[in-house]
Design a protein around this ligand. Structure first.
Ligand code: AMP
Length: 218
C-alpha cells in the first residue's frame, strides 16, 4: 500500500500516522520531520529548509522531491509507506506519480483529513512535539502522561517555532493556495477518500484504517 495522508497543518496527520502506520506495518514518512532532522544535523539541506520553514513557506519542490524519493527507496518502504506532509504541491504529486510509475507502482489511496480552519488554529497553538521522536501532543486534547515528557521515549517536549500564531496563519494560507488543488487532482484520479477529522483521535484512526482496509480489498 502506498498511502498519502492529506490535510492542513494541524489536521492531525502526524498524530494519526503514528496511530495507524504501526498497526498496518507501513513506513511512516513525514517530510517536515525529515527537514527538522536535516536542520538538527546542520546539513546544507537543513540550512536551505530552515529559511523557508521559519517563514511558514514551502521548501522548493526540487529539493523536497529529491529528499522524499530518496527516502521511499529505502528498504523499510518495500512493504508500503504512509506519506505525511508530502506531496504539498501539484508538481510534487506529479513527480511522485512519475517516479512510482517508473517502478511499476502507484499511489493506492489518498486520505484527506478534513478539519475547520478555526479548529486548525486552536490545535496548532496548543501543539507540543517530542524533540527526540517527533510525536505530537496537544495540551488540551492529547496531553502527555508526565508534563513536558514524551510518553513513548521520555524525550523533552517543545513548541515548534513555526506554530506561533503568525507563522501558523501563513502556513494555512500556503496550504489553501498550494496544497488544496491536490484534492481535485486525486479526486479526478479516483483515489481520494474524505475523512471527518473532528471525531476524536481514536474515531478518526478507525475511519482511516477502515478506508485503507477497504482500499486493500478494492
Ligand atoms: P510539517 O511538519 O509537515 O508541518 O512541515 C513543516 C514545514 O516543513 C512546512 O511548513 C514547510 O516549510 C516544510 N515542508 C514540509 N513538507 C513539505 C513539502 N512537501 N513541501 C515543501 N515544504 C515542506
Amino acid at each position: 500500500m502506498h498511502v498519502i495522508l492529506l490535510g492542513a497543518p494541524g489536521a492531525g496527520k502526524g498524530t494519526q500516522a503514528v496511530q495507524i502506520s504501526g498497526r498496518l506495518g507501513l513506513a511512516h514518512i513525514a517530510s517536515g520531520d525529515l527537514f527538522r532532522q536535516e536542520q538538527g544535523s546542520g546539513s546544507e539541506l537543513g540550512k536551505i529548509a530552515k529559511s523557508y520553514m521559519e517563514k511558514g513557506l514551502l521548501v522548493p519542490d526540487e529539493v523536497t522531491v529529491r529528499m522524499i524519493l530518496g527516502r521511499i527507496a529505502a528498504p523499510d518502504c518495500a512493504k508500503g509507506f504512509l506519506l505525511d506532509g508530502f506531496p504539498r504541491t501539484l508538481e510534487q504529486a506529479k513527480a511522485l506519480d512519475q517516479a512510482l510509475a517508473e517502478e511499476g507502482k502507484s499511489i493506492s489511496l489518498v486520505l484527506y483529513i478534513k478539519v475547520s480552519t478555526e479548529e486548525l488554529l486552536r490545535r496548532l497553538s496548543g501543539r507540543w512535539i517530542c524533540r527526540n521522536c517527533q510525536v505530537p501532543y496537544n495540551i488540551v486534547e492529547l496531553p502527555p502522561k508526565v508534563p513536558g515528557k514524551c510518553d513513548y521515549c521520555g524525550g523533552e517536549l517543545y513548541q515548534r517555532p513555526d506554530d506561533s500564531e503568525e507563522t501558523a496563519r501563513k502556513r494555512l494560507e500556503v496550504y489553501f493556495a498550494q496544497t488544496m488543488p491536490l484534492i481535485e487532482y486525486y479526486t479526478e484520479a479516483g483515489k481520494l477518500v474524505e475523512i471527518e477529522g473532528e471525531k476524536g483521535i481514536e474515531g478518526v484512526a478507525q475511519d482511516l484504517i477502515a478506508a485503507i482496509e477497504a482500499g486493500i480489498v478494492r
